[in-house]
Design a protein around this ligand. Sequence first.
Ligand SMILES: [Zn+2]
Length: 473
Amino acid sequence: MDGRKKQMGSMEFYWTGHPFVDAGLAAILLITGKNKPEQLTEKDIEKAIEFASGLYATKEWSSSYLLGMIFPNNGILMANPSMSKKRSPKAIAENLWSILREFKISNKNSAKCVLCGRTPAYTKKEVYRSVFPLLGTGGVPNFFHSANIRGADICAHCLFLTQFMPLASYRLSRVLVMHAYPYELMLELSKEAFKDIKKSKLASQGRGFKRPENFLFHLVGEITRKIERDDVWENASITLYYFICNNQNQILDVIHVPTPVLRFIAYANLVDRNGWKHIISMGWEKAPKEEQFEEFERKYPNRVYTRLLNYESIISYFYNLKERRVNTSWNLLAFYCKEVIGVDKEALDFIKDVGNRIVETVEKLPDNKLGDEVRSLERAEKLYQFEAFFIRVEKLRQNLGIETPLMTFDEFVRILTAYGEDINISWKSVRNLLLFCIYEKLHDRLIKTAKSEEISEVGIEEEKEYAIYGGGE
Ligand SMILES: [Zn+2]
């Protein structure tokens, strides 16, 4: 035991913050069933090398996946057509061991690793695109800003781990690495990739998801429902790296998922899963039938997801304007406004209160008049139209003999002017929140009177936008 410990002393593994290196470490932990890098023993590393080299020597991995999408002509993993005769699990394992041996050699003269900053760069062989995805090739040495013609200054530790990255990645249209902090979360999100690989000996296709963000949001919901808590996302940080690296193409999309968005998605899955599904359904051009939902989720880009990732408001997706119906409860909408948009509780309570007073007024109208009033709010596209709506409701209150005014003068000023276009919540968002309150209370009556063809799409104020993250095919 002591002997092994001594040997492992110079073979210490650690998280680096670099997605490819960390994905490799995650893969080794998953292969060995360990949770933390400091628990890894030499036996574990042996097991991981054996597992990886066995797979990497197969044709499916070598000449298709590794060569075509991740490591073009990788000499270490022998994903190079010219090596097909020599390629064997044993030969690949030997190459991996040879990098490991470099852990112990510390060349004081070489530069520190640019990824982990801990150990000197590996200098035994060049570090180009073939062994570390998305770098330059040896043909363009000026790619490397350190002016190192031997490639990037990456240490043996980081280079070694990167060779395992494919085992914790998903093969969608491109390769997907889910980099997450805390690292337990990264293990959780990569678990399925390894499970599939172990079972089928092929790269995991992430259940057939074509879009990285759809897959992630699906997993977040699933994990949250499984553990029945949403606090794991409290300080979580997730970034998706969606790339392809071969001799013709090097493409990378970096999709950072804001923490408030993660928390909101987790909460939505926990408190109102069906409502959340209704919201997502509105993010597709044509809403899917219940049984089509999963297929849509796997295949098509979704505007709700794209807007969330781009810090754009999704308030208008909380209700269905055509059917004058809410998709979820005020509770979830309030959580979204507070956590994601940053509206304070006082402002929300105020808007809700005004919404209730509007409802209390217009509900006294006969059906056809009620429909007209609500339509005028739905169609308010300019601030003066929004303003006119309140004045009309105020007059209605007087005519109907309601004693208290709709709003005080101060409140009126506040609702019209306190919410500009640039701060967190614009007057249009206020209008959308008010519509939500009205639909929530008066849907049954409104739908009776609604001539749906008359209702224009005023609530959805956005350009027709599709995927920002294109597929790699
Ligand atoms: Zn390093």
